[in-house]
Design a protein. Structure first.
Length: 267
């Protein structure tokens, strides 16, 4: 009996179609928000009209991300592991201050940049850009939290970026440290993000090197190739033995057993 592949549920089909159609749009909007968030952080002016409208845009975009996450959760057929599989989207909705990190979606498979071939060098380039993005966003978040605090040390963009590089690489010179509660909270998030992203970079690099080594041609006289050749010979011998045993095995209906085929030495 030939097994029949189960057809996907209609909800899963709708979810796949929805995700395919909206991934590029949402990643593009996340990139736009990254630009507006950077402008607000580098040139803060809460009293200016442009600053107010950029703030409105950021809030509406966060609401759009929340609706998207909720809609995909409703359509998902595997709700138990949904939020774990969509960890980045969940974090950027639960913690609105981190919604700029949603721009990472632009560099992943199906994102607006990845789909247009702008990241042709593969996963290593994507992971490197992810590190730089975490440094940039983390530095800006801490800068916003520390800028107006009395006695704060991280008050300019160069210092914030320098601090973020120190933190994400776990160097931690201690020359600049956040002093506010919000700044330290963001610092902890940058630390965890740094460990995670750098671990992904290391794993990606190792996997790429192993893949390249495995795909390269093995010399015929190398020990590994000799072992593979001997294994092939053993498989052929086992196959011949099984074939001969099938001829001398007594049949179930009591009829006379078939005569074994002549061996290569008798033919």
């Amino acid at each position: 009996m030939v097994p029949i592949d189960p057809q996907p549920l209609p909800r899963q089909v709708w979810l796949d179609q929805y995700t395919k159609r909206t991934t590029r749009l949402l990643s593009a909007l996340a990139l736009v928000y990254l630009v507006t968030f950077s402008i607000q952080s580098i040139w803060p002016d809460p009293g200016a009209p442009w600053y107010f409208w950029l703030q409105i845009f950021g809030n509406l975009l966060w609401l759009l991300f929340a609706i998207d996450l909720l809609f995909r959760f409703i359509l998902s057929t595997t709700k138990r592991h949904f939020f774990r599989k969509n960890l980045l989207d969940t974090i950027t909705v639960v913690i609105p201050q981190l919604r700029a990190l949603r721009a990472l979606r632009a560099f992943t498979s199906g994102g607006v940049l990845s789909s247009k071939g702008l990241l042709s060098s593969g996963a290593i380039t994507t992971a490197t850009l992810a590190v730089l993005l975490v440094v940039w966003v983390g530095g800006l978040m801490v800068l916003n939290a520390e800028r107006n605090a009395p006695g704060a040390e991280i008050t300019t963009l160069p210092i914030a970026i320098w601090w973020a590089f120190e933190t994400i690489t776990t160097v931690g010179y201690g020359d600049f440290v956040p002093i506010t509660g919000a700044g330290r909270t963001f610092a902890v998030l940058v630390m965890f993000a740094g460990i995670t992203v750098l671990g992904v970079v290391s794993a990606t690099l190792a996997a790429t090197l192993v893949k390249k080594g495995a795909s390269s041609t093995t010399p015929a006289d190398s020990p590994s190739q000799q072992v593979l050749d001997e294994l092939d010979q053993l498989k052929a011998m086992v196959a011949r033995l099984e074939e001969r045993l099938s001829w001398i095995e007594p049949p179930a209906n009591g009829s006379a057993p078939k005569s074994a085929p002549p061996s290569p030495s008798q033919s």
